[in-house]
Design a protein around this ligand. Sequence first.
Ligand SMILES: C[S@@+](CC[C@H](N)C(=O)[O-])C[C@H]1O[C@@H](n2cnc3c(N)ncnc32)[C@H](O)[C@@H]1O
Length: 200
Amino acid sequence: MMTVSAREGYRAWAATYDDAANPVTSLLNRHLEEFVGDTRGKRVVDVGCGTGRWVSRFGAVGVDLSFEMLARGPRRVTQGDARALPFRDACADVVMCALALGYVWPVGDVMRELTRISRGVVIAADLWPGVGWKRTFGSVEIENREYLLEELDVEGLVLEDARELFLGDEERRIYASAGRMDLFERVKRNPVLWMRRWRR
Ligand SMILES: C[S@@+](CC[C@H](N)C(=O)[O-])C[C@H]1O[C@@H](n2cnc3c(N)ncnc32)[C@H](O)[C@@H]1O
């Protein structure tokens, strides 16, 4: 399988990212909203915001590497790299990062950058490591690195909540309509996503 950079991969994926039935985003959609909670009156920054679906939902400011992904979404977004965020220290009550950490390495550097701009909580979610999930779009793999969950816990953050998310009925339907129930049966036994909240 051909591998492309995140810039290239998301340039191609941007046009259909929000529309394609995807079990991973479906699973996250079912859990993240409740996990983040009420953000009214809070300053929220969404790192690796993609098309900005959480930016709209949480009244956030978003940042992403991909112009093409940003161009699909709301206006409260800016182009930037998660390794050197264009925000000042301690500027946000909630700093979130969904499904993006695997594209940026070493993950500890990104976690330190999320921590730097937070004065409240850091919330992140991503694919469960070590079970062979591929970050693919069509027939290409987007360059990524596996990391250990322990690498997420950087100095200055205290873990408040950690969840393991498993596929459910909504995701089963997506696999069924793609004719991939064999795959569903294989992956349903392990967590598909981790989701964590730390306090600064
Ligand atoms: C799977 S999408 C997730 C988008 C969104 N957070 C969501 O939940 O739908 C991953 C995003 O990470 C972005 N990304 C990859 N590397 C990045 C980096 N170094 N800095 C900022 N964003 C990056 C990609 O451009 C892409 O939009």
